[in-house]
Design a protein around this ligand. Structure first.
Ligand code: ARG
Length: 581
């Protein structure tokens, strides 16, 4: 256990149990010491107050008895404050003892969750034959960070890219493909120009009744499983998937073809959803459609809101495919937890789908589904980010521009970097900047996409954190010391900045847990930023170069450990940590 607060709580438990008496403990009434962060000390023990109330004694006297127990004498300075709080300042030697196992651990104290889960993460989910835009950036970046962090905690994660690869638009898309000629169309689509292809099809559809009719028939053939239609449909899906892959590679996320489980996958499972819902007597007819009314959902007029399962025409809905998806994920994959990283605009859809899945018994106490909503990406004008022509901005264009800008910044900052290295570093910085600016604000809020701000080398930005890491690497290069050689050196925390830095390093596992508790990458971002800031303060006040032993090696060891935590936490966010920049 590297977190000092956790060690403190463990040491306090028997003291509190003693105070409340063995009978109460036997009845399962162990009081909680309640160790909380504090501004005035390292942490504060707040548990004496409720315990004193329960025992009917003076809280300050009870706090004194806790101090007098001597349980914490070895590890901290204690001071009773206010009505009976105990302020705790850890001793430098205790903190140094806590650091040693972290330095020896490849996982830097993260540890495996005692209750590992089978998790499905549904994220990215662009639509076939449509361009990826900034909304997909958010889902892809947040989903990727969650996947990496869940895996680091020992959970088994199944990534699912729920691409939109089915539905009525495919009629017109296939007809357009035929009009263009397969080879021509394939060439156009493999260039990644998905917007024009889709728009051309749309224009024809809106302008020609004959084309509309053809498209409609094509949809019927697609749904009927006509082999030739399916072959054409597959061309569209494969070319789009290849394009999505180039974007994923650019972004440096984990998604591959193996993770594609699009809407089409759930089509054969839809009749089963209908059967099971009606067998459970949940389905009613409303306005000629088969629907379920989950309790608690009403429209503006206060009328109950239906979740439409099957339309009068026999067709299924988006909701039906998400219900099929829940059955598949729970019953085939055996998921304990299903996360949906999808924009906040779909919140009601998911709440209703989950409610119906609960009514049907597909979700229950042992299987949880969580919608992880996120806000909109705004332009510097604070309106939804658009290109000059008023269209959604292509994600690739944004990524490429970020890399080009990073390249120019590096050329100026570090002209000695050779061409090949520079390209790789520029990519790490540009992509890292885009991801970090997305991940570092509370996901539920909208955020402003601003190249100048995200690429700045100062402030809470990706480049600043990458630079903190690269700077530590360069200290070792200049000193001519191998980083691994200082990993077993005893660390001495004499200066307040050394102590503060050590406290931050030890808080890493708690930061990871805090992020996963609410699925909020920004909490880990804030942690990394504070760690980099603590390192700056340390580096300014505590000389490394020219200091004497054992201080020299101790400080190098602290610097190395900081760099490892920086690299690891950036890694959990899906961001590279180059060694020079
Ligand atoms: N393709 C959908 C869209 O672009 C997102 C799918 C999200 N996942 C889901 N299971 N519904 O809006």
């Amino acid at each position: 256990m590297s977190d000092p607060a956790a060690t403190l709580t463990q040491l306090l438990r028997p003291v509190f149990d003693d105070l409340v008496g063995s009978e109460a403990v036997a009845e399962g009434e162990s009081p909680d010491p309640t160790v909380r962060p504090s501004d005035r000390a390292d942490v504060q023990i707040n548990g004496a107050l409720p315990l004193a109330k329960k025992l009917g004694v003076n809280p300050r006297e009870l706090a004194q008895r806790i101090v007098d127990s001597g349980a914490l004498a070895e590890i901290a300075d204690l001071e009773i404050a206010g009505p009976g709080f105990i302020n705790v300042t850890f001793s430098a030697s205790f903190l140094a003892d806590q650091l040693a196992p972290v330095a020896a651990d490849d996982d830097l104290g993260i540890g495996v969750d005692p209750d590992p889960l089978q998790v499905v993460v549904d994220y990215s989910a662009p639509n076939v034959a449509k361009e990826m835009h900034v909304g997909h950036l958010r889902s892809t970046a947040i989903g990727d960070a969650l996947v990496r962090t869940l895996e680091a905690r020992g959970h088994t994660v199944k990534r699912e890219n729920h691409v939109g690869d089915w539905g009525t638009p495919f009629g017109m898309l296939i007809e357009h493909l035929l009009d263009m000629g397969e080879t021509e169309a394939a060439a156009a689509l493999s260039l990644g120009d998905l917007n024009s292809f889709y728009k051309e099809a749309r224009v024809k559809f809106d302008g020609s009744e004959e084309f509309q009719e053809r498209s409609r028939q094509r949809v019927v053939q697609l749904q009927g499983g006509d082999p030739e239609t399916l072959r054409l449909w597959e061309i569209l899906v494969d070319l789009s998937a290849a394009y999505f892959n180039t974007v994923y590679q650019k972004m440096g996320v984990l998604l591959t073809d193996d993770d594609l489980v699009g809407e089409s996958f759930y089509q054969p499972l839809m009749p089963g959803v209908v059967e099971r819902l009606s067998a459970a007597d949940l389905m009613v007819e409303s306005d000629g459609a088969d629907v379920v009314f989950p309790p608690g959902f009403v429209n503006r007029e206060g009328d109950p809101l239906p979740l439409i399962i099957q339309k009068g025409t026999g067709g299924f809905n988006y909701a039906t495919s998400d219900l099929a998806c829940i059955i598949d994920r729970t019953e085939r994959i055996g998921a304990d937890l299903i996360l949906y990283v999808v924009d906040a605009g779909q919140s009601q859809h998911f709440q209703m789908v989950f409610a119906v899945a609960h009514m049907a018994g597909w979700l229950h106490d042992d299987v949880e589904a969580v919608h992880i909503p996120f806000g909109i990406v705004l332009g510097t004008d604070r309106k939804r980010l658009k290109s000059r022509s008023g269209e959604p901005v292509r994600l690739v264009a944004l990524l490429d521009e970020a890399v080009a800008r990073a390249d120019a910044a590096i050329a100026e900052k570090n002209p000695d970097l050779d061409e090949a290295n520079r390209a790789a570093v520029a990519r790490s910085i540009g992509i890292g900047a885009v991801k970090y600016s997305d991940l570092s604000t509370d996901r539920i809020k909208d955020y402003v996409f601003d190249f100048d701000r995200m690429l700045a080398f100062e402030g809470n930005t990706g480049p600043y954190l990458q630079y903190a890491h690269a700077r530590i690497c360069s200290i070792f290069r200049r000193e001519g010391v191998d980083r691994a050689s200082v990993r077993s050196v005893a660390i001495d925390l004499a200066e307040p900045q050394e102590r503060a830095l050590a406290r931050h390093i030890l808080a890493f596992p708690s930061a990871v847990d805090a992020m996963l508790e609410t699925y909020s990458p920004h909490k880990l971002c804030t942690y990394v930023y504070e760690l980099a800031t603590a390192f700056s303060a340390f580096y300014e006040h505590c000389r490394i170069k020219g200091s004497i032993e054992p201080t020299y090696s101790s400080r190098l060891a602290l610097a190395d450990l900081t760099a490892r935590v920086l690299e690891r936490s950036l890694g959990l966010l899906g961001i590279d940590a180059p060694e020079q920049m």
